[in-house]
Design a protein around this ligand. Structure first.
Ligand SMILES: CC(=O)N[C@H]1[C@@H](OP(=O)(O)OP(=O)(O)OC[C@H]2O[C@@H](n3ccc(=O)[nH]c3=O)[C@H](O)[C@@H]2O)O[C@H](CO)[C@@H](O)[C@@H]1O
Ligand SMILES: C=C(OP(=O)(O)O)C(=O)O
Length: 431
């Protein structure tokens, strides 16, 4: 097992550079399946979800060449296999993008049901609704999604999503890119990573309009060439470092960000009394005084992101007064609360609402990460806590944060990584 041992109490001072966005990378890499040519993808974060998605592509026959630490050439010209392996697929959520990509390229896909963080039920009915509207028959059998078309090509169609879904929006967009005719997605998700995937596809020859609004129009194209594309910075990683500075105190310069993508997050920290100064592609964050209580409701972009909810809860434990968090996206995203209670947090959960009584302090304890952002929130809590926090199951954190320990210790945090000999195949436990 790998553990992080954090001695809390050190304020953070220095600079961190934000990596490429996980939720864009895990869609853009499978999107390369639609392209007959070399896609040079830059700013790929070094995280375990990316490693898994690259392994899946290789299993399908993709040729992947490492250009440098964060740049790869992905060539899917010679892919012949449209069945994605169960063992890899079930470990991550984003494996569902293989369905849209394979269906779009070959007119058929056999893909194991996806994994990912456990927030209760995570249906994919809206993805399937979109594929069916485009003429595919879709069946779930023996843990696999079997999707196929009659004559090898999807037909453009009109889909109105019943819920605003990032995954369904991107997946339908992928499938439609090479369909015959025009596809329209209404009530589409507007997250920055949705726009990034559309920009990637357009730079490779697709014809997509409206990404970033709630109506996306995709005119199917016959072929797609290769090209070079750089993934956007990770909005949630940046938000996590803002939260770390807010909790631990001190002053951080957070580089390689797009300030516009962070407005929904920075506004909340400012409301809490954290100083956030916007620069061209950086933010300076400073917390010297007490933290004020705030209420939060998570919503699709441009609302406050659910993927920042646990990190925010960690900071609110340290604020003055009682804050109310309402989770507006997932049924069950408070599994971390019992772990926080070991650190002295006072949080009451009732369905989708958590009432956080800020006590101004947390105390170090042995705790266990239960999913990706909950794990990041535990790191934040550990940085601010009195004494030592020992976090287990950190493979969840490493799914989505490139070198979180190196980045934080570079700013004065006291974190040790301890690997004990019984470290099994940690990836087998993701999900
Ligand atoms: C790999 C990736 O990008 N993961 C992100 C993606 O997950 P993911 O794409 O799985 O999340 P969605 O945006 O699809 O889910 C949003 C809501 O829609 C519901 N829903 C979704 C699809 C569907 O077919 N039917 C349905 O009912 C879900 O249960 C949830 O309540 O967006 C979430 C919401 O921003 C983030 O928390 C995840 O980090
Ligand atoms: C929930 C997340 O990821 P996934 O959908 O891949 O489980 C996340 O990035 O916070």
């Amino acid at each position: 097992m790998t553990k992080y041992i954090i001695r809390g109490g050190n304020p953070l001072h220095g600079e961190v550079s934000v990596s490429g966005a996980k939720n864009a990378a895990v869609a853009i890499i499978p999107a390369a399946l639609l392209v007959e040519g070399v896609c040079r993808i830059e700013n790929i974060p070094q995280i375990s979800d990316v490693t898994l998605i690259l392994n899946i592509l290789q299993e399908l026959g993709a040729d992947i060449r490492v250009v440098n630490r964060n740049t790869m050439d992905v060539d899917c010209s010679r892919i012949r296999n449209s069945r994605a392996p169960y063992e890899l697929m079930r470990k991550i959520r984003a494996s569902y993008y293989l369905i849209g990509s394979l269906l779009g390229r070959f007119g058929s896909a056999e893909v194991a049901m996806p994994g990912g963080c456990d927030f209760g039920v995570r249906p994919i009915d809206q993805h399937i609704k979109g594929f069916v509207a485009m003429g595919a028959s879709v069946e779930v059998r023996n843990g696999f999604i079997h999707a196929r078309t009659e004559n090898g090509r999807l037909i453009g169609a009109h889909t109105y999503l019943d819920v605003v879904s990032v995954g369904a929006t991107i997946n339908i967009m992928l499938a439609a890119t090479r369909a015959r005719g025009m596809t329209i997605i209404e009530n589409a998700a507007k997250e920055p990573h949705v726009v990034d995937v559309a920009n990637f596809l357009n730079s490779m020859g697709a014809d997509i309009m409206g990404a970033g609004t709630d109506v996306i129009k995709i005119r199917g194209v016959e072929t797609m060439r290769g090209g070079t594309y750089s993934i956007i910075p990770d909005q949630i990683e940046a938000g996590t470092y803002i939260a770390a500075a807010a909790a631990a105190g001190g002053e951080l310069l957070i580089r390689n960000i797009i300030p516009k993508h962070l407005e929904c997050i920075t506004a909340k920290f400012q409301e809490m009394g954290v100083e956030v100064e916007e620069q061209d592609d950086a933010l300076r964050v400073c917390r010297s005084g007490p933290l004020q209580r705030v209420n939060i409701k998570t919503m699709p972009y441009p609302g406050f992101p659910t993927d920042m909810q646990p990190q925010m809860a960690a900071v609110l434990c340290l604020a003055d007064g009682t804050s109310v968090i309402t989770e507006g996206v997932w049924d069950n995203r408070y599994r971390y609360v019992d772990e926080f209670k070991r650190m002295g947090a006072r949080i009451q959960v009732d369905g989708k609402v958590a009432v956080v009584e800020g006590t101004g302090k947390l105390t170090g304890a042995p705790i266990q990460a239960c999913d990706l952002r909950a794990g990041a929130a535990m790191v934040i809590a550990g940085l601010a806590a009195q004494g030592v926090t020992e976090i287990d199951h950190v493979y969840h954190i490493e799914r989505g944060y490139e070198d979180i320990v190196g980045k934080l210790t570079g700013c004065g945090a006291d974190i040790r990584v301890v690997v004990t000999p019984d470290d099994e195949d940690k990836q087998a436990q993701v999900g």
